[in-house]
Design a protein around this ligand. Structure first.
Ligand code: UD1
Length: 358
């Protein structure tokens, strides 16, 4: 079977790595990188650290407005699909690369498998939510991380070919956890001691596209008076410069702004953090799996189990709530393995057992 995997951004590289290992033994693989993320730290570094094969095709799409970026990808992916004629296209998560891959393939009647199908924030103002819904509705195989995702799909009338497999990010995390512990010296490099710092990441469109929201976040970091390590996404870096928030951050000794990190350094950094502040979806999950309390800079989340089990608190961009959570949020129960184990093996078994004439 010929399987084309389409990836373009950081979390997709993390998601595809364990699945590639599983599928490599039984399928012909074509890996396509759309080029949505292109900085060394956002792309090549992760490929190196996760031992991901060199993509067969790199589409070099780069940044742009949503329509422009997605449209460019669809055009280029369609050409590739016509050339390669895969039996199955796999897309991951909720990005513009996900939607472009799913649309291009489904219009050519090539089967689409969506990894991380059915997650919903129920907030259509997020580009990711729109990408998720549209991708699910044109996919043939829906690989779900949780029972909640399965139920979400059923509520939207999608009932066939749904597979509850667990989440592939768990596989990446568990496989790399010890490697990171052994090989990363990020704590030494940044002069940090375990459990004495907080890690923060911010990149969501909502939080970076309005000065007020980003200023609240930055002010809360400054006023919390805690050691905060802040690896800066390129989008956020540009926004901080544009809104002239650099002075506040530079003048604050307890905030360490650093470049985006590779997967292994980031894993070691968050595993040893006392708390995590983020607006990323993947990091909410990683925090939960590692047992690190997570403060989420959003009013909603797709990863509802993290909140229900008390490991994640949604604080939006309200300064007082962020500061309060930094000082007082503490989970009370053990986690319940909400995201399963062995998702990539489960998916590979399903893919290998498919009969295409069905
Ligand atoms: C994208 C995904 C988001 C995911 C995130 C992970 C969509 C709609 N969003 O958001 O779901 O959580 O990736 O990081 O697909 N930029 C660079 N260099 C890069 C990449 C981006 O400078 O390598 C800058 C560009 O100015 C770009 C901006 O960051 O315009 C945003 O990048 P983009 O890929 O569009 O969205 P992300 O915020 O990364």
């Amino acid at each position: 079977m010929k399987v084309m995997l389409i990836v373009g951004v950081r979390p997709e590289f993390v998601q595809c790595a364990p699945l590639l290992k599983e599928l490599d033994q039984s399928c012909e693989i074509i890996l396509v990188h759309t080029g949505q993320h292109y900085d060394f730290e956002m792309s090549e570094l992760l490929f190196n650290q996760l031992n991901i094969m060199k993509p067969g095709y790199h589409l070099n799409v780069g940044s742009g407005r949503h329509g422009e970026q997605t449209g460019k990808m669809i055009r280029k992916i369609e050409k590739l699909l016509l050339k390669e004629r895969p039996d199955l296209v796999l897309v991951f998560g909720d990005t513009n690369s996900t939607l472009a891959g799913a649309l291009a393939a489904s219009k050519l009647k090539i089967r689409v498998g969506h990894v991380e199908a059915g997650m919903r924030s129920f907030d259509k103002s997020m580009p990711e939510e729109v990408n998720r819904i549209l991708t699910d509705h044109c996919s043939d195989l829906l690989f779900c991380s949780t029972k909640t995702a399965v139920d979400n799909l059923k509520n939207e009338g999608i009932v066939n070919n749904i597979y509850l497999t667990g989440d592939v990010m768990v596989d990446s995390l568990l496989y790399n956890r010890e490697i990171a512990e052994r090989n990363s010296n990020i704590l030494y490099q940044l002069n940090l001691r375990p459990n004495e710092y907080i890690v923060a990441t911010v990149h969501r469109e909502r939080n970076t596209s309005k000065k007020g929201y980003l200023k609240n976040i930055v002010d809360s970091f400054v006023e919390a008076e805690e050691m905060i390590v802040f690896p800066i996404h390129p989008r956020t870096k540009k926004a901080i410069e544009m809104y002239e928030l650099c002075k506040e951050l530079d003048g604050c000794n307890s905030i360490k702004m650093i470049n985006p990190l590779g997967y292994l350094d980031f894993l070691k950094l968050i595993e040893n953090a006392k708390k995590i502040i983020t607006d990323s979806g993947g990091i909410q999950k990683e925090a939960y799996i590692l047992g690190v309390p997570c403060i989420t800079l959003r009013d909603n989340t797709e990863w509802v189990e993290t909140v229900e089990e008390g490991w994640n608190i949604l604080v939006g961009t309200n300064k007082e709530r962020i500061i309060d959570a930094i000082h007082n949020f503490n989970p009370k129960r053990m986690q319940n393995y909400a995201y399963g184990y062995g998702a990539s093996k489960n998916m590979a078994t399903i893919i290998n057992s498919l009969r295409w004439d069905e």
